[in-house]
Design a protein around this ligand. Structure first.
Ligand code: ADP
Ligand code: GLC
Length: 482
């Protein structure tokens, strides 16, 4: 049996701000249980729903030297879908209203604490990992610690580490002296070949330099991040480590995202009966949102963090033009104020066509995945993207820009060959995007039988975790010398 411990800052169902939580929460149960025992460790946030906090079982606590203080660390655990989840408790660091704050220095102090506490807790949980699998900058110091102070302990000596980059944009950088103080690492580590990057200390860089293997969440993104445009100034390092870097595309939880059983949608359907049944969800969504009930209006869905990454500049640029068409646009998301206000503005201006739902809602997200005709995701960059996979699963055709995981998972419709699962465009250009949307409109209106065949292919495409979990298993085997 090989033991793997995921250490991360979020995991469904306990805490979620984006796709990272979906991955960390749903991948572990998909490994071959005969050979792999994969568990998860996350912070015990006070902002978790009470029903989840009530599930947690106290294991033990200890005190750890951190940032010049003797600091409390509690350990809790619970089981979810047969997977053991551990929680690191410290009220000072994790009692806030959300997983992340707007204060980067404070988040650095919090997640460096978490990384150190996670390692320190391991000998006390009755689970000896062969591999620690870290995710994103929040856990980037773990591979460093494993080669540094923690190496001295017998328990840690042979443990291998993996870091998965879910988003290279976020690296956890601050001035060297602050990071040195929080991390307790010696000045030896703060040189340009290790944690220093452009005079600052960079936590993710530490993880990339010291991890035994590096992965990211699609093959295309694994290539892209070795280039200047996508490399976020770490392209040189990623190129240098390219032999230890691989792209493994994400899957989604086919139990939670299943149009046949989804508890959030009114009318269940599958690949056989979607022609009659899916449209009922569109009508229900139109009624729920107070939009005209019209089967022939192309309903465009967006569920997203509202940030520059997701291509909202393009949408803002052509929104007036797009709203001249026979379309309805439904957005669900929160994020940067300028994008929240952009959608609110168009909701006011074209109130018969646009709905801005500026909040977080699991339920409405499922109703959009099921009810809309197309799902718009014109990202500037996209490490993988899960929303388009959810849309595919519900037969809601993705319109995407060909970047990162979007390129790897959406096959553009080819009317001559009768292939494809969605629509795409290449350049980060608003009118190219509009062209793709209008092409979708024309197929929807004029070639409904073809449209339904695209849905058929989209719903049959397999983005369950099976294949990708196998790739992770192969990598673990390789790391452990099997
Ligand atoms: P990212 O991780 O970059 O935000 P992904 O596509 O990988 O993008 O994952 C986004 C996840 O967050 C999806 O599960 C999506 O449904 C969900 N999501 C994003 N915004 C909201 C929202 N406002 N309400 C509900 N779910 C949301
Ligand atoms: C990040 C990326 C997204 C990816 C998710 C899970 O949030 O932005 O593309 O799907 O992580 O890996």
């Amino acid at each position: 049996m090989k033991n793997v411990l995921f250490v991360a800052s979020e995991a469904v169902p306990f805490i979620k701000t984006g796709g990272l939580a979906d991955v960390v929460g749903s991948l572990p149960e998909c490994f071959d249980r005969k050979y792999f025992d994969v568990r998860v460790m996350i912070p015990k946030y006070n902002c978790m729903y009470q029903k989840y906090k009530d599930m947690l079982q106290y294991i033990t606590n200890f005190y750890m030297e951190y940032n010049g203080q003797n600091t409390y660390v509690g350990i809790f655990k619970t089981e979810w879908n047969g997977v053991t989840f551990y929680f690191i408790d410290n009220e000072y660091y994790f009692s806030g209203e959300s997983a992340y704050t707007s204060n980067m220095k404070w988040d650095l102090e919090r997640f460096i604490f978490f990384s150190k506490a996670a390692l320190s807790a391991m000998p006390l949980i009755d689970f000896h990992p062969d591999i620690i699998h870290c995710h994103d900058w929040q856990t980037g110091l773990i591979p460093v610690y494993l080669k540094d102070s923690f190496r001295a302990g017998e328990f840690f000596r042979d443990i291998k580490s993996v870091i998965t980059i879910h988003n290279l944009k976020f690296q956890g950088t601050w001035d060297v002296s602050t990071i040195q103080q929080f991390s307790g690492l010696s000045p030896y580590y703060f040189t340009p070949d290790k944690l220093e990057a452009f005079k600052d200390a960079n936590i993710l860089k530490g993880g990339i330099v010291y991890a035994d293997a590096i992965t990211t969440v699609s093959e295309t993104y694994a290539e892209e991040i070795k280039t200047e445009f996508y490399g976020e100034k770490l392209d040189g390092l990623l190129k240098a480590r390219e032999h230890d870097l691989r792209g493994i595309v994400n899957g989604i939880d086919y139990g939670a995202y299943n149009p046949e059983t989804d508890q959030f949608i009114e009318h269940h359907y599958n690949v056989k009966n979607f022609r009659k049944e899916k449209i009922k969800n569109k009508r229900a969504l139109q009624s729920q949102l107070g939009l005209e009930r019209n089967d022939n209006t192309l309903m465009i869905g967006i569920v997203s963090r509202l940030t520059g990454q997701k291509g909202f500049d393009l949408i803002a640029y052509v929104m007036d033009e797009l709203c001249q068409d026979d379309v309805q646009i439904v957005c669900l998301g929160t994020g940067e104020e300028k994008f929240e206000n952009m959608f609110r503005h168009y909701d006011w201006k074209y109130n018969n066509k646009v709905r801005a739902n500026i909040y977080y809602s699991e339920e409405l997200s499922h109703r959009i995945y099921a009810g809309c005709d197309v799902f718009l995701m014109p990202s500037l960059f996209e490490p993988c993207g899960l929303s388009q996979l959810m849309a595919l699963r519900y037969g809601t055709l993705p319109i995407v820009r060909e970047t990162g995981g979007l390129k790897d998972t959406v096959v553009p419709y080819n009317e001559f060959e009768g292939t494809g699962t969605g629509f795409s465009f290449t350049n980060y250009n608003a009118h190219e995007m509009l062209g793709a949307i209008r092409y979708a409109e024309s197929v929807y209106i004029q070639h409904r039988r073809e449209w339904n065949k695209i849905i058929d292919r989209a719903m049959k495409a397999d983005f369950s975790w099976n294949v990708s979990a196998n790739h992770y298993q192969e990598m673990y085997d390789w790391l452990l010398g099997y």
